[in-house]
Ligand binder design. Structure first.
Ligand code: DGL
Length: 276
């Protein structure tokens, strides 16, 4: 029966909306499914407009607003911005403009990095947009003011991962080239500040060395989502009722083919919805 305010009485049963510029955010969905097995999820991948990394902050904010509007129309109870670039450019505005909990990936990843580092020398890698925004630097500095941060864009990692080149000579070569300054900076912790990078964690780990802790913000973001839902009284306790919907803004074939690698399990169906 609808509640007096017109909303369902069972708001906690509503899905969580998750969005990314493409399929990379499925690494966050994978972790949400693990930590929140009772929660339904609607995932929106903006495959028609990926990549966000090289786009201007205004454009990424506009896209993010359109996606949040769509997800709210689907009745989500909370939103996880799984894209680092969208978090960097849009999260503060989205949180002010919307009346539901919105979780980004940068604060959780930064907190984990601050906890992990012993020397205070932290590396951050991400898209050009994320690195230019200095969002990780600010977030890490807010929890660990003395940290010395080396931040570098690694844009070629995104197409390499999309291509499925997770462990090839070319990927190793490019990783060595990109990450040499991290060795020079003697970091002990490296934040993988992009949805795609966890898939080449072994390559990145081999280049920076075993003494460097790699921070994958997906795990931390899911943990933060658990806490946010609990604090808002929105956790769904009923077991075996979780439903998953996957939506892309462009033809779903690539999403189906590559998405399963990010998600770590089979995707049966991808819907197509065009925005903008
Ligand atoms: N999802 C983006 C991020 O995490 C990477 C891909 C893109 O450039 O859109 O920053």
């Amino acid at each position: 029966m609808p509640a007096a305010d017109g909303r369902s009485e069972h708001r906690d049963a509503a899905p969580i909306g998750v969005f990314d510029s493409g399929i990379g955010g499925l690494t966050v969905v994978r972790e949400l499914m693990r930590q929140l097995p009772n929660e339904s999820i609607i995932y929106f991948g903006d495959t028609a407009r990926v990549p966000y990394g090289p786009k201007s902050p205004d454009t990424v904010l506009r896209y993010s607003r359109e996606i949040i509007g769509f997800l709210k129309g689907q009745g989500v109870k909370a939103v996880v911005v799984a894209c680092n670039t969208a978090t960097a450019h849009a999260l503060p505005a989205l949180q002010v403009e919307n009346d539901l909990p919105i979780v980004g990936v940068i604060q959780p990843g930064s907190r984990a990095a601050a906890r992990a580092t012993r020397s205070g020398r932290v590396g951050v890698i991400g898209t050009q947009g994320t690195i230019n925004s200095r969002a990780y630097e600010k977030a890490i500095a807010s929890v660990s003011p003395g940290a010395k941060i080396t931040a570098l864009p690694c844009p070629l990692f995104v197409p390499l991962v999309e291509e499925g080149w997770l462990d090839t000579d070319a990927t190793r070569l490019i990783a060595r080239e990109y990450l040499q300054p991290m060795a020079d900076a003697e970091i002990d912790t490296l934040v993988l500040g992009c949805t795609h990078y966890p898939l080449i964690k072994p390559v990145i780990g081999a280049v920076v060395g075993r003494s460097v802790r790699l921070i994958d913000s997906a795990e931390e973001t899911a943990a933060e989502t658990v806490a946010v839902l609990r604090d808002a009284g929105l956790s769904h306790e009923e077991t075996d009722s979780a439903r998953y919907r996957f939506i892309a803004s462009d033809a779903p074939e690539q999403f189906l083919r590559v998405g399963q690698r990010f998600l770590g399990c089979t995707i049966d169906r991808v819907e197509t919805v065009t925005l903008g």
